[in-house]
Design a protein around this ligand. Structure first.
Ligand SMILES: Nc1nc2c(ncn2[C@@H]2O[C@H](COP(=O)(O)OP(=O)(O)O)[C@@H](O)[C@H]2O)c(=O)[nH]1
Ligand SMILES: [Mg+2]
Length: 296
């Protein structure tokens, strides 16, 4: 299973120029420090706060301790996600643009649920592309869980309804609804999302229990802009950040809580079915500082 340290290698190759204990910051201009942080999509306000702290330390502690405090405060509490037992089946809808990692993440979440002794149902409601639903079906066969999907051109809201219905019949604990990728700017496709929610709630009141946006970390700050627009169409309850392992812009994670007011729940650290881990602010921040000598 991929780890935080190697996943953050690219971001660290930039940020490390400021964070590494090996760097002598006396030799750097404030502008240079700010430029480095912004290059990894650390939000502007936080960048200024960090540069300030480096220039005028507020207390006697190591540089790493002082910066860690600032960064941890920005990320907030660790959230330990649990499926609510009383909502059966617990329905989670995954949203995002094309290629963000929705289908892979749905499979990873199903695998995780199985590992916890729950019976998941994967719902392939990506009826927009020919291979949309079949890709998830293959995953369901690989990990060995239930699946309901639709053919290309089918009504996605109907497919989602059928999946919830079938999950109730089969006494599944969890339904993971994979949706078609869509651009936040395309109104008709965006309108399909609330329709899907209404349709599922007709079969199980209150469904979906969660709406999670899947963000591709390689897009950096642009991913947050997309999420804002999705959030206006269907209120998001959580964020999943994928492809952290290939991104040099992981600094955008610091804007999620302040800009979206939605917690980061899980992070994808690789392509494998076990490479989805709960978002751990402490691990994340630690990995930003590490000089990475042992994994280079
Ligand atoms: N490296 C890496 N690749 C990922 C991760 N999550 C998804 N991918 C890859 O991203 C590509 C698109 O994923 P997919 O789930 O099909 O995206 P979708 O269009 O949103 O359904 C695939 O090649 C996945 O293997 C991740 O956390 N790390
Ligand atoms: Mg997909």
């Amino acid at each position: 299973m991929a780890g935080w340290l190697s996943a953050l290698k690219k971001t660290r190759s930039i940020i490390g120029q400021v964070f590494s204990s090996k760097t002598n910051l006396e030799e750097m201009e404030v502008e240079e420090i700010e430029e480095i942080l912004l290059r990894s999509d650390v939000p502007a306000r936080l960048t200024m706060e960090i540069a300030d702290e480096l220039e005028y330390p507020t207390r006697k502690a190591t540089r790493r301790e002082r910066l860690t405090d600032i960064l941890m405060k920005e990320l907030g509490e660790t959230l330990d996600f649990q499926w609510l037992e009383e909502n059966k089946p617990y329905v989670v809808m995954l949203l995002g643009i094309n290629g963000s990692g929705k289908t892979t993440t749905a499979a990873k979440l199903a695998k995780k649920a199985m590992g916890e002794g729950r019976r998941p149902m994967l719902c392939g409601s990506d009826t927009f592309r020919a291979a949309g639903s079949s890709q998830l079906k293959l995953w369901s066969e690989r990990i060995g869980c239930d699946f309901v999907g639709g053919e290309m051109g089918h009504d996605a809201a109907g497919v989602a309804y059928n999946a919830v219905e079938s999950a109730i019949e089969k006494k599944c604990d969890v339904v993971l609804v994979d949706t078609a990728g869509r651009m936040h700017t395309k109104t008709p496709l965006m309108d399909e999302l609330p329709k899907m929610c209404r349709s599922m709630s007709k079969r199980r009141a209150g469904a979906p229990d969660d709406v999670w946006m899947v963000l591709d970390a390689s897009l950096g700050q642009n991913a947050v802009i997309q999420a804002k627009q999705f959030n206006e169409v269907v209120p998001l309850t959580g964020i999943i950040v994928t492809k952290l392992d290939g991104s040099s812009k992981a600094g955008f994670l610091f804007s999620v809580r302040t800009e979206l007011k939605v917690p980061i729940l899980f992070t994808g650290l690789g392509e494998g079915e076990d490479d989805l881990v709960p978002f751990d602010p402490q691990e994340f921040v630690n990995a930003l500082f590490d000089d990475g000598s042992e994994d280079s």
